[in-house]
Design a protein around this ligand. Structure first.
Ligand code: AP5
Ligand code: MG
Ligand code: ZN
Length: 210
């Protein structure tokens, strides 16, 4: 099954994708994680993306479309995949359609803006494996250490309050219209993204089975 997770920054796309990809035994493809990894290893693409990302703006469509095109060609995607953070603009969604990539289901994880601010200010991510935690809502067993790989937990550059506001604005302007795009194709389910992480997973899996 080919799945898209939609939602505002901090809606829980990454958190849910990590659980669901385990369940369904298909890979998660997160453009955010791919770009951060490129940045860390100092590639040209990473350096080009940095200024956009740090300001909470979207990286140009042609850059992310190129990333996705390459990634979807890999062998592990042939039985399905979860897209986390792509598409984020109408032209990105159109590019997927043009590539002939068939999307089965789109789940929008719906979280109000007020809650987003709390979530992102307390988020910590593993430097090594990108696992996601929250200092209050989803803490690691040992403070500052990843449960999965013992890597160091850090705060993302773009999780500072001013950048979060910009990211939310960009989301409403450029990404939210994708809900209508996929609703027209009959693929959209909306799941309430507040409450227990396990309950949200259950509702998401239900939406995928429907
Ligand atoms: P990206 O990395 O994709 O960031 P984002 O979309 O802003 O989403 P986040 O990762 O912030 O949120 P999430 O929904 O994954 O939430 P999470 O599970 O972590 O993109 C970063 C940047 O890269 C963009 O700004 C852009 O510059 C660039 N980029 C990437 N893709 C692009 C594209 N396609 N086009 C152009 N540019 C692109 O959860 C958030 C927090 O909440 C965590 O702390 C978590 O523990 C906590 N939490 C999760 N669920 C719950 C719950 N139910 N209750 C309480 N807390 C919860
Ligand atoms: Mg994420
Ligand atoms: Zn880790």
């Amino acid at each position: 099954m080919n799945i898209i997770l939609l939602g505002a920054p901090g809606a829980g796309k990454g958190t849910q994708a990590a659980i669901i990809c385990d369940h369904l035994k298909i890979p998660t493809i997160s453009t955010g994680n791919i770009i951060r990894a490129a940045l860390k290893s100092g590639t040209e693409m990473g350096l080009r993306a940095k200024s956009y990302m740090d300001e909470g703006k979207l990286v140009p469509d042609e850059v992310v479309i190129g990333i996705i095109q390459e990634r979807l060609r890999e062998d592990d995607c042939k039985d399905g995949f979860i897209l986390d953070g792509f598409p984020r603009t109408i032209p990105q969604a159109e590019a997927l359609d043009k590539m002939g990539v068939k999307i089965d289901k789109v789940v929008d994880i719906d979280v109000p803006d007020e809650e987003i601010i709390n979530r992102l200010s307390g988020r910590r991510v593993c430097e090594k494996c990108s696992a996601t935690y929250h200092v209050t809502f989803n803490p690691s067993k040992e403070e500052g250490v990843c449960d999965a790989c013992a890597g160091t937990l850090i705060q993302r550059m773009d999780d500072h309050p001013n950048t979060v506001k910009e990211r939310l604005q960009v989301y409403h302007d450029q990404t939210e219209p994708l809900k209508g795009y996929y609703e027209k194709q009959g693929k959209l389910s909306v799941v309430t993204g507040t409450g227990d992480i396990k309950d949200i997973t259950r509702m998401t899996l239900q939406a995928l089975e429907a």
